[in-house]
Design a protein around this ligand. Structure first.
Ligand SMILES: NC(=O)c1ccc[n+]([C@@H]2O[C@H](COP(=O)([O-])OP(=O)(O)OC[C@H]3O[C@@H](n4cnc5c(N)ncnc54)[C@H](O)[C@@H]3O)[C@@H](O)[C@H]2O)c1
Length: 309
């Protein structure tokens, strides 16, 4: 993970044959002017702009196909570079295309949401939703470089900031209780300590370095995601909000099955209930369970949860 100020030098050194810049309609409007101001080479080298509509519903094979067609029509060769300027949707999609186009071109993530800076842009996982199932298609793309600029965060809406706060809390609950407590003391997340963002991203980077292919310790980052992914599909809520719901339930299971402290559990659930609308998911379990059966963590027909101990 590098700072955006290092991007100019990085691109100059590599001398890519063409630069492609993937945005969505919001990041074109709010983030692209900031980026072009800071990284001259994108203008000088006439980076080709590729824009998609905003939103999770566009993280699909259809959008991927259109973008691959655009790369081919622009004669992108294997020495081309795709820069994904956006939240988790743009980074997941851009990373996927970069990993399959001509068997792989350089991918650079320029995350613009709190969620993508602290989590989604890091770790090389790419994804498309398919047949109504979250992240059914995807690759590991370890060719990805990430450049961070917290200036992008100023135009996010408050619920989008809270989406990122949920994924950050997840990482801290699993790996750093003190930082989790600091998060839970924050009342206005627009003023979130940039050190916490960087610290969270660093934790993820370290975990991915230990277990890039998600076979052991990296799986812990799925805390809150079993019910979370099902809730995202069932309630149509954002990813971060759904992870908050998933953590709420996983904490109950942690007390019941892993001896997790009931006091800590209460503290975390109070925080979640204060900052997120938590639906009565227990009454919807009949519909949520089949969705949880689709989860990639499952094995031998069982539904697996990450619990806190
Ligand atoms: N690959 C991974 O490891 C990983 C991890 C976590 C989440 N994800 C994925 O990330 C996605 C969620 O990411 P997200 O919450 O960033 O959603 P998103 O990419 O949909 O962004 C949320 C909204 O904010 C807008 N936006 C982005 N940056 C902006 C800015 N600076 N100012 C104003 N508006 C801006 C977007 O256009 C969009 O409307 C999900 O698809 C999830 O599955 C992936």
């Amino acid at each position: 993970m590098k700072k955006i100020e290092e991007l100019q030098g990085y691109l100059e050194e590599r001398n890519f044959s063409q630069l492609f810049l993937l945005t969505d309609e919001n990041t074109s409007k709010y983030c692209l002017p900031i980026l072009l101001e800071k990284v001259d080479i994108l203008t000088d080298r006439q980076a080709v702009l590729l824009e998609i509509p905003a939103g999770e519903e566009n993280k699909t094979l259809k959008t991927a196909k259109n973008l691959i067609n655009s790369l081919a029509e622009s004669d992108a060769d294997r020495n081309s570079c795709l820069l994904s300027l956006g939240g988790g949707v743009v980074c997941d999609l851009g990373g996927f295309i970069a990993s399959v186009y001509k068997r792989g071109i350089q991918n650079i993530n320029l995350p613009t949401t709190l969620l993508s800076m602290a989590d989604a842009a890091i770790g090389g996982k790419t994804a498309l939703n398919h047949s109504g199932i979250k992240n059914l298609i995807g690759t590991f793309n370890f060719k990805t470089e990430v450049f961070i600029d917290t200036d992008f965060l100023s135009t996010l809406l408050y619920p989008q900031i809270m989406d990122g706060a949920a994924e950050m809390l997840k990482t801290f609950l699993v790996f750093d209780w003190e930082s989790a407590q600091e998060m839970m003391k924050t009342s206005d997340f627009t003023k979130i300590n940039p050190f916490l963002i960087q610290h969270c991203a660093q934790i993820k980077e370290n975990i991915v370095a230990q277990d890039p292919y998600d076979t052991s310790v990296r799986k812990k980052l799925n805390f809150g995601h079993t019910l979370g992914h099902a809730a995202e599909m069932f309630y149509g809520l954002s990813h971060g909000h759904s992870v908050a719901i998933g953590m709420h339930y996983a904490i109950d299971l942690s007390v019941k099955h892993a001896n997790y402290s009931p006091q800590k559990a209460k503290e975390i659930q109070n925080f979640l209930e204060l900052h997120y609308t938590i639906p009565d998911y227990r009454k919807d379990m009949t519909q949520l369970i089949p969705l949880m059966r689709q989860d990639k963590k499952n094995s031998n027909g069982n539904i697996n949860f990450v619990l806190l101990d």
